[in-house]
Write a protein that binds this ligand. Structure first.
Ligand SMILES: [Fe+2]
Length: 285
């Protein structure tokens, strides 16, 4: 495994000093949980959401945002490639030069700023995946393949952003994703819903929200062709809204913090990215 994003050791001056990043976890528990700073922060976030925080980036503030990523032309080209592949495409079907060109376009615009603000550091692409979805019948919603249409958080690290880049726009399928922001999701986490057993996932959280006094105002993102729903899937509850017609073609991109820019990360992670399945997280430290 070639991905190593952090080091536990730093050399400082003449002395070799060992720094243990995990030591911070004990301090965080003491201050955030025992001393109540986490609850205080959540309360402050609740308050801020009702105020004017227009200067803050939506991805950092809420944990999800709609962000333009690719041109309509690039999106259409990728849809053609997927059609040529019989409805499937993998990053290893693209040449390295095509991947470079694709990423240069993705990170040339506002996504770069949003990711830097979200992570407070540089970032790199861990996975890329292409998928096609079409309208589903109601019975699919109760089967394993329909679980993403119920409210859930992905099992994922906290510092992780997933992009669902819409290669076909909402007008072509009416598919979407609904989100609850990070502060609201934290309330549902305390209520025990987040990471509950899969059969206990539900499509409507209104009743649970009422029982726990949680404000429940989902926001639906329906990106245009070339736009992404960018979100932190371990920190925000979300659920898919299946297409009602046509087909939704998505490029899913998994992004994690990185010690150098995305080009350097790609150079070391290219082989992993070509062969990994989305959601398959390697050891990074
Ligand atoms: Fe998900």
């Amino acid at each position: 495994m070639s991905v190593r994003a952090a080091t536990a050791f730093e050399r400082c001056g003449d002395e070799a000093l060992e720094y243990d990043p995990l030591a911070a976890e004990a301090i965080t528990f003491r201050y955030d949980i025992e001393l109540g700073y986490k609850r205080h922060h959540l309360a402050c976030m609740d308050k801020a959401r009702r105020g004017d925080l227009g200067a803050l980036d939506p991805l950092s503030r809420n944990g999800f945002a709609r962000i333009p990523v690719l041109s309509a032309a690039t999106s259409a080209t990728l849809v053609d490639r997927i059609d040529q592949g019989g409805g499937a495409l993998s990053p290893k079907d693209l040449s390295r030069a095509e991947v470079d060109t694709l990423f240069e376009e993705m990170f040339a615009g506002p996504l770069d700023t949003a990711l830097r603000r979200f992570f407070n550091c540089l970032y790199g692409v861990l996975f890329v995946d292409f998928s096609v979805s079409t309208p589903v019948t109601d019975d699919v919603l109760t089967r394993p393949e329909g679980l993403s249409f119920n409210w859930h958080c992905d099992v994922a690290p906290t510092p992780y952003v997933k992009l669902l880049v819409y290669l076909t726009g909402r007008d072509e399928h009416d598919g979407a994703t609904e989100f609850l922001d990070m502060a609201t999701t934290a309330h549902f986490r305390r209520a025990g819903y987040v990471y509950c057993p899969r059969p206990q996932r539900v499509a409507d959280l209104t009743e649970l929200a009422r029982l726990h006094g949680i404000g429940f105002v989902p926001e639906r993102l329906s990106p245009e062709r070339g736009e992404a729903a960018a979100f932190s899937p371990g920190q925000v509850l979300h659920k898919g809204i299946p297409p009602t017609h046509g087909k939704r073609v998505l490029m899913s991109v998994g992004i994690i913090p990185a010690p150098a820019d995305w080009r350097a990360f790609l150079a070391s992670n290219y082989g992993y990215m070509c062969n990994a399945e989305i959601g398959q997280f390697p050891q990074v430290a």
